[in-house]
Design a protein around this ligand. Structure first.
Ligand code: PMP
Length: 435
């Protein structure tokens, strides 16, 4: 009998070959595709994606469509405003103010100014400019396998980009707070590493401008617990005169279930928080929030204009996303579904010793695959097999972490407990086939 996922899809090869050739000719070799047999998607709805042959895929990977693919309220907001007016921030318009005020209302009162950009990379790039301008310092601390963007400056703080990464003299790398392979108290280890980074900068005549971390450490392999582990390091950094920049591109917009923003899980107060991916549910919009002194200091010396960022269409889209997260109670759903999913995955661990660890918060779950034995050696090959096998059976997940062995389950927040059951059935079947 075919599984519920399989019964929704018809499998066929189709014209992927032609598209691959056209991509190679038109786009060149820097782009990468997911999966050994790439997926050609033509339509999405909620947590489902459909390929050119009508095959359905349960989307357990994409965080950008946070309120579900093609949510009708987002589509309506976008198309309605696009039919009336789309300009930029050099004219007066209510939409940017409505959006900024509503977005700020989701943050602690100390973070009271918004600046809008077009991507997560631009947000981090701007945050670094603001931090350097405010502190007059240059040094930046990030984690060892961080990804913060694709501009020249953010690529310099993105060691996850691969072997070509060269750490610039003003950047220091610290280990992510790894609860699976690290020993002892992760908070104590993290603050010690940050302290050493600051001292090493001082020894080289560099003053620290910022500690910048993804608040869920997604490209490092996802570390969310114990809640609060960031607090001592943030206190140290701020005492040293540097700013804490919370990168909320992955952890934000309710993903962790308990709070709207990842830093809130740790009870800390950033000086700046950057956002992207889910902000427009797929419409390209991003931004940052900050304390007013930081923005004012910059604004006195420099003007800011970003052609597309903050246009009326983007702002009504962003507003629709915030409305749906609230009206459909998506944080609560993320919390419940994510907890239920991890309970099932932990039960599965008892049957599959190659599943070394299950961790996460809300609807962001990591499952570490390891080699046989007790050494917890990352098994990136097995992760590759599983990710591809699940794709062949209609479930989309990804992998992350320095060893590429961490299965990454990060669906739209409308993912239900039934969807989580489908995912677990598919994973169990894949483990049976691949291990
Ligand atoms: N920060 C983090 C934590 C990210 O995961 C990403 C994207 N993967 C970025 C920044 C960059 O965002 P964008 O691709 O929108 O530039």
């Amino acid at each position: 009998m075919s599984s519920p996922v399989e019964s929704r899809r018809r499998i066929s090869g189709a014209s992927a070959g032609t598209l691959l050739e056209r991509r190679a000719h038109a786009l060149g070799s820097a782009y990468r595709l997911f999966y050994d047999r790439p997926v050609h998607l033509v339509r999405g709805e909620g947590v489902w994606l459909y390929d050119a042959q009508g095959g359905a895929y349960l989307d357990a990977y994409n965080n950008v469509p946070v309120v579900g693919h093609c949510h009708p309220r987002v589509v309506e907001a976008l198309s309605g405003q696009a039919a009336i007016l789309n300009t930029h921030t050099r004219y007066l318009h209510e939409s940017i103010l409505d959006y900024a005020e509503n977005l700020l209302a989701t943050y602690p009162a100390e973070l009271n100014r918004v600046m809008l950009t077009g991507s997560g990379s631009e947000s981090n790039d701007l945050a670094l400019r603001l931090a350097r301008h405010y502190t007059g310092a240059e040094g930046i601390i990030v984690t060892r396998h961080a990804y913060h963007g694709n501009t020249s400056v953010t690529a310099e703080i993105s060691p996850a980009l691969g072997p070509s990464y060269r750490r610039p003299p003003h950047v220091r790398l610290v280990d992510a707070p790894d609860t699976y392979r690290g020993h002892g108290d992760v908070a104590a280890r993290f603050v010690q590493d940050v302290d050493e980074a600051i001292k090493d900068m001082a020894a080289h005549g560099i003053r620290p401008a910022a500690l910048l971390v993804d608040t869920v450490f997604s490209s490092d392999g996802l570390f969310t617990d114990p809640a609060g582990f960031l607090a001592p390091a943030i206190e140290l950094v701020q005492r040293a005169g540097a700013l804490f920049i919370a990168d909320e591109v992955q952890g934000g917009f309710g993903r962790c279930g308990t709070d709207m923003w990842g830093f809130q899980r740790h009870g800390v107060m950033p000086d700046l928080a950057t956002m992207g991916k889910p902000m427009g549910n797929g419409h390209p919009m991003a931004g940052l929030v900050a304390r007013s002194e930081i923005i004012d200091a910059f604004g006195r010396d420099c003007r800011y204009f970003n052609t597309f960022a903050g246009n009326p269409v983007s702002c009504v889209v962003g507003m629709a996303v915030l409305d749906v997260i609230r009206d459909e109670n998506l944080m609560q759903r993320a919390l419940q579904t994510g907890d239920a999913l991890r309970v099932s995955l932990r039960e599965m661990m008892a049957r599959y010793p190659r599943m070394g660890d299950v961790r996460g918060a809300g609807l962001f779950t990591a499952l570490e695959l390891v080699e046989p034995g007790d050494e917890r050696k990352p098994d990136g090959k097995l992760a590759h097999l599983i990710v591809n096998d699940m794709r062949e059976h209609g479930v989309l997940i990804g992998s992350a972490g320095p060893g590429g062995n961490v299965l990454k389950v990060r669906p739209p927040l409308v993912f239900s407990e039934d969807d989580a059951r489908l995912l677990c059935e598919a994973l169990e079947a894949s483990m049976g086939r691949c291990v």
